[in-house]
Design a binder for this molecule. Structure first.
Ligand code: NAD
Length: 257
């Protein structure tokens, strides 16, 4: 794409945003890379650098192998997300919401940076859960993650549930684990009930999240992909933008309001 074509595509998307009253946004790890949290599959992604890590952190391995749990708690403790601040991309989506255009903000991210930026938690649909809570896999007790990580720091390498002794895990969805049916249903409704569906910072390789693009397109919404690298949905989308989200989202939103 030439610079002129990219500029034209951006203007086109801004005009669709201006006209649309119900916009559903799907974000992925790419919206948080400019906040210092690496994605999985981008050039600097955790799995691009260490492909074996992906296979290790499946739900089945987490249940079966205490060593996987020890490594998971350590990785959680050391996550850059604890120090991360929302960036201009997250804030632009808050502006879009305040302009009354946002139908829903579906995110695959577990970092809660949308809520920290000021997005209405009632509009944020966390498809893959949150790293800020832990859940007991036996009794379902939810505990704030910092409390569990304090026990990890004190030497409990795989801290069991304080109520029932069961295995705990961050309240996130791992590979091999089902999504919460109500959360997925809400996301599907939001994808079907919008005029414009914007997929931002996601490689669109993880289902059922990526399939929300199909729901949106089948319901007649325009589909726009904003991502640094190609995705499997580029060909069926109405426009593709390749700029960094922290730059392009503020530009698009201010042009549309
Ligand atoms: P992914 O890693 O598969 O894809 C991210 C995409 O974003 C890549 O294609 C990359 O090229 C693009 N990208 C990176 N920085 C960008 C930028 N500044 N501007 C535009 N594009 C950019 O991520 P995914 O599709 O979200 O799927 C991975 C899974 O990993 C999700 O389930 C997600 O929950 C989880 N995850 C979450 C976080 C987080 O919460 N921040 C971080 C890593 C992984």
């Amino acid at each position: 794409m030439t610079a002129d074509q990219a500029e034209q595509a951006e203007q086109q998307v801004a005009s669709w945003l201006r006209a649309a009253d119900r916009v559903t946004v799907l974000t992925g790890a790419g919206i948080s890379t400019e906040s210092g949290i690496p994605d999985f599959r981008g050039p600097q992604g955790l799995w691009t650098k260490d492909p074996a890590a992906a296979a290790l952190f499946t739900f089945q391995n987490y249940l079966a192998d205490p060593e996987v749990r020890v490594r998971s708690w350590r990785a959680r403790r050391d996550s850059p997300a604890w120090q991360a601040e929302p960036n201009a991309g997250h804030r632009a989506l808050v502006d879009l919401e305040r302009a009354g255009k946002l139908r829903a903000l579906i995110t695959q991210n577990i970092d809660e940076l949308h809520q920290l930026a000021g997005s209405d938690p009632g509009l944020v649909i966390e498809l893959h859960g949150t790293m800020r809570w832990a859940t007991c896999l036996e009794c379902g007790l939810r505990t704030p993650m910092p409390e569990v990580l304090t026990r990890v720091a004190a030497g409990e390498t795989d801290p069991p549930c304080l109520r029932c002794g069961g295995i705990q895990k961050s309240a996130t969805i791992s590979f091999g684990q089902s999504l919460d049916a109500e959360v997925l249903a809400a996301a599907t409704r939001a994808a079907r009930d919008c005029a414009l569906f914007l997929a931002a910072g996601t490689s669109l390789q993880v289902y059922p999240a990526a399939g929300l693009c199909d729901h949106a397109a089948a319901s007649g919404a325009r589909l726009v992909v904003i991502n640094a690298e190609p995705t499997p949905y580029d060909e069926v989308s109405d426009a593709v933008l390749r700029a960094p989200l922290g730059v392009v989202l503020p530009r698009l939103v201010s042009a549309a309001l």
